[in-house]
Design a protein around this ligand. Structure first.
Ligand code: BYC
Length: 336
């Protein structure tokens, strides 16, 4: 492709410089793949293959939706937190999740999609969000387990995204991961307090762990062999570590923490495998996973209804903000 330029007369002879001519799509894609795969950062104004843009919009918007839907199971416990201290922590955590949604929607918008379009996809049930938020938080111990295991899984999945090839997403992830690590520790701390309490409190923690363990393992997505997006996402440097490898990292870390806490996981196959240097674990119920992903989990309907209601009830806030912006143009806009 590039060698054709050798046949073209030089610019001095009145012909445009071939290096200034647009490369054709294939050559551009090949050059892009090499850049993105070798760790170079892609920015919003850079040329990118349409499929790269599409998969980023897909992943970043799913991630953003997960953050704001993830506020709902926790919001369920704000009025029932057992102390003022725990209530304050929970409120701050939920507020952080809203902020994460904001950074991620903003990162998706840099790819040319509007926030209204993304919200419409969520509200119509077309867009996915993490399967984990379709399970109910039945007791206060569930809130601790969400912090410890759900946020713990999120950190393991999301730290590699801080090095992903798309700059706006990678930068958003740096701050998100810092906040998630506080979330994880507060969850562990809350469970530790309960484990040092009464037998009923300890039983409540164990029951919550039993219910959340398998759904948390599903958060990492299907097995690598069934992961339709992995190949391209890995080639483009969006995905740095595979679904199965991240899941294994999580199991290994969670086992060590469970010993400190004094809880067990509901899997008879969990045992140390010295040859692999990892814990073995039992088979995941993928039928349950796909059932939840396809909208039929215990709380899918309730979660979407809550998001749609929040959007409709918030209409007056958006209208007021727009009216204010029209009356008071931002300084940069006014100066221009
Ligand atoms: N739930 O080809 P695959 C948080 C879908 S936020 C639902 O492996 P990929 C937190 C997948 O989208 C947690 N769907 O996909 C928030 C794909 O379908 P499409 C969210 C899932 O993208 C608040 C299909 O299955 N984290 O933790 O290579 C409070 C095949 O999968 C799930 C992120 O979004 C699932 N669990 O890998 C507390 C992180 N898994 O799109 C905590 C960013 C898979 O082709 N995202 N699917 O129709 C990622 O890292 C990747 O997108 C995934 C999936 C690892 C999730």
């Amino acid at each position: 492709m590039y060698t054709q330029s050798l046949d073209i007369p030089s610019p001095a002879e009145g012909v445009p410089d071939p290096t200034a001519l647009p490369l054709d799509e294939l050559a551009r894609s090949a050059a892009f793949n090499e850049r993105a795969g070798s760790g170079e950062i892609v920015e919003a104004k850079d040329w990118m293959p349409p499929a790269y843009r599409k998969t980023l919009i897909r992943q970043i918007s799913q991630h953003a939706h997960s953050e704001i839907v993830g506020m709902l199971p926790e919001g369920n416990w704000v009025t029932r937190a057992p102390s003022l201290k725990r209530k304050t922590i929970l409120l701050a955590k939920i507020q952080d999740e809203g902020g994460h949604g904001l950074y991620l929607y903003a990162a998706a918008e840099t790819l040319g999609v509007s926030r209204d379009e993304l919200q419409a996809a969520l509200h119509s049930g077309k867009a996915k969000y993490s399967s984990i938020f379709n399970y109910p938080t039945l007791t206060w111990a569930d809130i601790g387990v969400v912090g410890w295991l759900v946020d713990g899984a999120a950190i393991i999945n999301q730290v590699p995204l801080c090095r992903c090839s798309y700059g706006p997403y990678a930068r958003a992830m740096v701050r998100i991961c810092r906040e998630e690590s506080f979330h994880q520790r507060q969850g562990f701390d809350s469970l530790l307090a309960m484990m040092q309490g009464t037998p009923a409190q300890r039983a409540m923690v164990q029951d919550a762990v039993n219910r959340w363990w398998w759904p948390v393992l599903m958060m990492f997505g299907p097995h690598d062999k069934d992961s339709q997006n992995s190949e391209l996402s890995t080639k483009w440097g969006i995905k740095r570590i595979s679904n199965d490898d991240l899941r294994q990292q999580f199991v290994d870390a969670a086992m060590a923490q469970s010993e400190v806490l004094g809880v067990s996981f509901p899997d008879p196959h969990l045992q140390w495998n010295a040859a692999r240097g990892h814990y073995d674990f039992g088979p995941i119920d993928w039928a349950e996973f796909w059932n939840v992903v396809n909208g039929h989990g215990p709380c899918n309907r309730e979660r979407l209804q809550a998001r749609v209601a929040a959007w409709e009830e918030g209409e007056w806030v958006r209208a007021a903000a727009s009216a204010y912006a029209a009356k008071h143009p931002a300084p940069a806009r006014a100066a221009a």
